[in-house]
Write a protein that binds this ligand. Structure first.
Ligand SMILES: Cc1ncc(COP(=O)(O)O)c(C=O)c1O
Ligand SMILES: Nc1c(O)cccc1C(=O)C[C@H](N)C(=O)O
Length: 407
């Protein structure tokens, strides 16, 4: 069967195929959008929801909406996200700030909690730049010591790697569950366990997991997590991030950006800060209400179809890409730079090719949109709710035709 016929057959039996029509089509036709792991597409419902907020809660109820709904929105939406995607019971997830800022707040709080007897932060050189830079800044600020892991770039950090870096001075382990380059899916429960056995806290970056890979934060006993909402959660460019703080840690952690919205009585406006109980103490300033609006529809959609179904299609899309690389694209020098075992791979597949940069530019000119990551990666990030197999096949065929023409 040729690739397009195979894709069409898969689309016909795909239980999530209906979801594609729920998304806003691009105004100029796109051949293949393969960057859902950087910026997800908007749902049509989000357009309506944004209009409704402008006309209703903002335009009509005006300042009264803070009392009526907005003060609690970061936590209500956090709870919905926690239930649909993160395996988090209510009261442990909040929306607000960017991932970078939340990483700073939680890592700083964790370092302070670990105390001077445990000054080491274990992290890996393959993590996303912002995670590494925030940790560097906190080390400079507090005297914490960074203990670097250097995993295989085509894979990521294993429990054994982490165990080798742990010791009585480890305070915090900072890792991404899905590696942004290779797509490697770390064993979150096992790594959390080894860190806990050594007496350390774990902070997980879930940017590439949320809405793509089922996460079981409570079941794994995770301490802290952050993640962004503009990828598989389709919250829109710059949509706020989320943070998770296990209920047991909330009373004993102090985050460093003490703002009035995290105060125990927000409108008391007293002389000094007294942190609120629960997740409120982890927010700082006024919640970004409009920017939170987009997240709600995808969370509701994932809740209705189930994150397991999303993961199943995501895995199948990955297998579809890898099988075409093996059967056809490999002869042009394309290699799979992500784990081949689907149980060790998140939502995207990274291909490598020496001309990756120019290939990605040429693909963008042909309205095929993957992304390029240094040094030679073509990331194919099909989003299971908005991508069809046919779209992915068209993207792969465009890549093949480019490779053939430049050989
Ligand atoms: C693993 C990871 N962490 C953090 C971020 C981004 O953080 P921010 O939204 O603060 O730019 C990204 C993507 O941009 C990411 O992939
Ligand atoms: N957050 C992004 C942005 O503001 C501009 C362009 C891309 C991004 C991304 O999300 C990059 C992405 N986190 C990555 O994994 O490379």
């Amino acid at each position: 069967m040729d690739l397009l016929a195979d894709a069409a057959a898969r689309d016909r039996t795909d239980p999530l195929a209906f979801a594609r029509d729920l998304f806003v089509p691009s105004a100029t036709p796109l051949v293949a959008y393969l960057d859902g792991n950087s910026l997800g597409r908007p749902l049509k419902a989000t357009r309506q929801r944004l209009t409704a907020v402008v006309d209703g809660a903002w335009g009509t109820r005006l300042i009264r909406s803070w009392d009526e709904q907005w003060m609690e929105l970061p936590f209500a939406l956090g709870d919905d996200l926690g239930a649909a995607c993160l395996g988090a019971a209510p009261g442990q997830t909040a929306i607000g700030d960017s991932t970078t800022v939340l990483l700073y707040k939680l890592l700083r709080a964790a370092v302070a909690h670990a105390g001077p007897a445990r000054p080491e932060i274990v992290l890996d050189s393959e993590n996303f730049p912002t995670d590494r830079y925030v940790a560097e800044g906190i080390a400079a600020e507090t005297g914490a010591k960074l203990v670097w892991l250097h995993p295989d770039p085509a894979l990521g950090v294993t429990a054994a790697n982490v165990a080798s870096a742990l010791g009585p001075r480890t305070g915090v382990v900072l890792l991404s569950q899905v590696a942004y380059k290779s797509g490697y899916l770390a064993d979150l429960p096992a790594i959390t366990r080894v860190a806990h056995d050594a007496g350390a806290l774990v902070l997980w970056d879930l940017c590439h997991s949320a809405g793509s890979v089922p996460v079981a934060l409570d079941a794994a006993g995770v301490d802290l997590a952050v993640g962004c909402s503009y990828k598989y959660l389709n919250g829109g460019p710059g949509a706020p991030a989320f943070c998770y703080v296990a209920a047991r840690l909330q009373p004993v952690l102090s985050q460093p950006i003490q703002g009035w919205m995290g105060n125990s009585d927000v409108f008391a406006m007293g002389p000094s800060y007294a942190p609120a109980s629960g997740m409120r103490r982890f927010i700082s300033g006024t919640p970004p209400v409009l920017a939170m609006t987009g997240i709600q529809d995808t969370v509701a959609l994932i809740d209705s179809v189930g994150i397991e179904a999303v993961r199943e299609k995501s895995t199948a899309l990955g297998e579809f890409v890898i099988s075409y690389v093996d059967s056809t694209l490999s002869q042009y020098g394309v290699q799979v730079a992500s784990p081949r075992n689907p149980a060790e791979r998140g939502g995207h597949v990274t291909l490598s090719h020496p001309d990756a940069r120019s290939l990605v530019s040429a693909l963008w000119e042909r309205d095929v949109i993957p992304d390029f990551r240094e040094p030679d990666g073509i990331r194919v990030g099909a989003a299971p709710l908005s991508s069809s197999y046919t779209e992915v096949a068209q993207g792969l065929l465009s890549l093949e035709s480019l490779l053939r023409s430049t050989r």
